[in-house]
Design a protein around this ligand. Structure first.
Ligand code: ATP
Ligand code: MG
Length: 307
């Protein structure tokens, strides 16, 4: 079984797949500056750290001339080539995407002398959905769900599987807009039969077929894994704790694997609306072929604006 690197609660990161799993070519990054909009690294000043991820640091930065704020994700590639590869994946995907539901990339910088690679992104000033666990109404959650599903539907149409949908990777701004971020373990499928059940991402949110690809024959709908993670996240945001374990219990890989593969899928509590309970059930079907797609979920009664 895959090695598990234990990190913070619910952040059980798994290693990236081997190079052979990579079916797209790495972008060729030139020295120091490669941007749209002509922003160079020298134009930016670092203000503070927004988050420390899996080896990279995300800074809030300001453009010295315009005063505009951005987020700059930086990885020192000389220290860990795996992290550089992760950043390369993210760069490749951010370059291909142009959607109001996916965090925008404004440029990519490389300091070859020190082996540092950075992605300049739009700054999301509302933090991540993690901070809203247990503090959202169904109505607000439906607003988030519409945006996230439009983002997933867009990505899936481009044959991009995110593979790490979780509250900490959904960014919020002061306009209550939610955008999908962190494509470090995502994958672009080149052929329609490509599988992608590799142990990557955060295993707490991994679907049954990704834990146990043999039982699904490896032929499951690869996009359905993102829907499972999304459904679990929706339930977590509403009930305020990770739904597969009792509140306060620290997850470990074995407990999670048993809960996901052998337990019944979690359900929304009875106090929730019928629409929300049905919505969660459509996302958390153990059989990936029966799980609704992002586009189908956008038509679910829970997301009807007039309710
Ligand atoms: P992890 O391994 O924990 O998933 P990571 O190295 O992949 O992290 P990200 O998830 O992209 O990095 O970013 C880490 C944190 O930095 C986020 O959880 C968020 O708090 C903050 N962050 C990232 N991008 C932005 C952004 N565009 N605007 C505001 N904050 C951001
Ligand atoms: Mg992240």
């Amino acid at each position: 079984m895959a090695l598990v690197r234990e990190r913070r609660q619910l952040n059980l990161r798994l290693p990236l797949p081997p190079i052979s799993d990579r079916r797209f070519s790495l972008p060729s990054v030139t020295t120091t500056v490669a941007t749209s909009g002509g922003i160079s690294a020298a134009d930016l000043e670092k203000l503070n750290v927004l988050g420390c991820g899996n080896g990279g640091v995300v800074y809030r930065v300001r453009h010295k001339n315009t005063g505009d704020l951005y987020a700059l994700k930086t990885v020192n590639g000389d220290m860990d080539p795996i992290l550089t590869r992760q950043l390369m994946r993210e760069m490749e995907i951010l370059r291909r995407t142009d959607s109001p539901y996916v965090v925008r990339c404004h440029g990519i910088f490389e300091k070859q002398v020190v082996g540092e690679v950075s992605i300049l992104m739009e700054y999301m000033d509302g933090g991540t959905l993690e901070s809203l666990r247990g503090a959202v109404t169904e109505q607000r959650l439906a607003g988030f769900a519409r945006q996230i599903l439009k983002g997933l539907s867009y990505l899936h149409a481009l044959k991009i599987v995110h593979r790490d949908i979780k509250p900490a990777n959904l960014l919020l701004n002061s306009k209550d807009e939610v955008k999908i971020a962190d494509f470090g373990v995502s994958k672009i499928l080149v052929r329609s039969l490509d599988s992608c059940n590799s142990y990557v991402g955060t295993c707490a949110y991994m679907s049954p077929e990704r834990f146990d690809s043999e039982s699904s024959g490896g032929g499951s709908d690869v996009y359905a894994g993102d829907i499972w993670s999304f459904g679990l996240m929706m339930l977590e945001l509403l009930v305020g704790h990770f739904p597969l374990l009792p509140p306060g219990q620290r997850p470990d890989w074995a407990t999670l694997m048993c809960a996901v593969c052998f337990g019944e899928p979690p359900r929304a509590p009875e106090v929730c609306s019928e629409e929300f309970r049905s919505f969660v059930e459509c996302c958390l079907r153990k059989d990936s072929s029966k799980r609704w797609t992002a586009s189908q979920l956008l038509g679910h009664p829970f997301l009807r604006e007039d309710l």
